[in-house]
Design a protein around this ligand. Sequence first.
Ligand code: ZN
Length: 400
Amino acid sequence: MSCARLGLSLLLLAALGWAEDERGSEDSAHPKREGPGHSHWSYADKAQWQSSFPDCGGQRQSPIDIDTNSTVFGHELQPIVLAGYNLDPSERLSLRNNGHTVVLKLPGSLTIASGYSQEYRAKQLHLHWGSPEGPGSEHTVDGRRYDGELHMVYYNPSYRSFEEAMRQPGGLAVLAAFLQVGPEDNVHYQPLLEQLPEVQEEGKETTVAGFNIKGLLPSNLSRYYRYSGSLTTPPCFQTVNWTVFNQTVLLSQKQILLLESTLQGDDDEALQNNFRLTQSLHGRKVLASFQAAISARQAPLPGDGSPPLTPTPDGATKRSTDRAPRAGAGCSPCADSEKQLGFSLQTAHVLAGLFGVLFAVTALTFLIYVHKQRSQNRRPASQSKPNVSYTAASMDEQTL
Ligand SMILES: [Zn+2]
């Protein structure tokens, strides 16, 4: 059954403004104008950010591509625990189009109570997206870009203000979640999305009634990647403790299109593709709170959770292959892939069994054939066969 094992092995191998502008929510920190309709920086001149904001050329920049096979399991990484997120509708939250993204201010009463070595206090959340032509998450996983990305921005309250914290090592934390097209509307995003037309133009602001902010995040807050990085927009301060959740958040195609098509940025142009390209790791390690890596030394087990994702080209030139609605709520690259891996393993077992049986039958048939030929060859010449017939060569046959 070595063939069966080989088949199984092959199948397993096959299976296998951030706070950024985050700071844009702060009028005092909002990019200054160079002229009418022109903000201080734009996604069109990403390559030039460094000349005005030196940190953008640093060695601990974000976003990054998360190569799951290079991640290191961090057993100390505990599940993220949030406190104070179910806001009363009487509470009014500011929602603003700052020309780079849409920013929802968050009360400081929202905290990350556990999952970091210290408590963090919420400042704001915002989104990154692509266009109808292509996906627009900032981080990528094994080269794959998702449709969008949510950033919840926090600061270390041991500093006097967000503005001070953003300049200090470890002063900020961002919880990031990938947005992905799913089969139905995500009701948690409705309070936010239905207000987008109200802030269509750059600089417009409105208010949103309090809702359960936690609903914007994935349900599984225990599986995530952690690394040290930066704001993904100027001034690119390298002070962010990043958490990128493994489980994605599903929105309907209609909701994603609304996000991609409603807002305007500079010069009344559509605000699209507001993501920075991935930056080099420069030796940084990316930790995973779960066993994300599958290495040659580490045999994969069902449920071990490494996503057998098919990388798609980066950039906005190609729509994510996951645009098609997918079943299930709160899809996770890993949770899904665990199912896929389980399914693949089942399929692999069945196929391996079939290959094994086919191999055995073929071998048996061949042996019977050889045996028959040898029997015939031993018969007297009187029972002869045609001279020219070809059989396995033997000295006996030569005499026929
Ligand atoms: Zn961001």
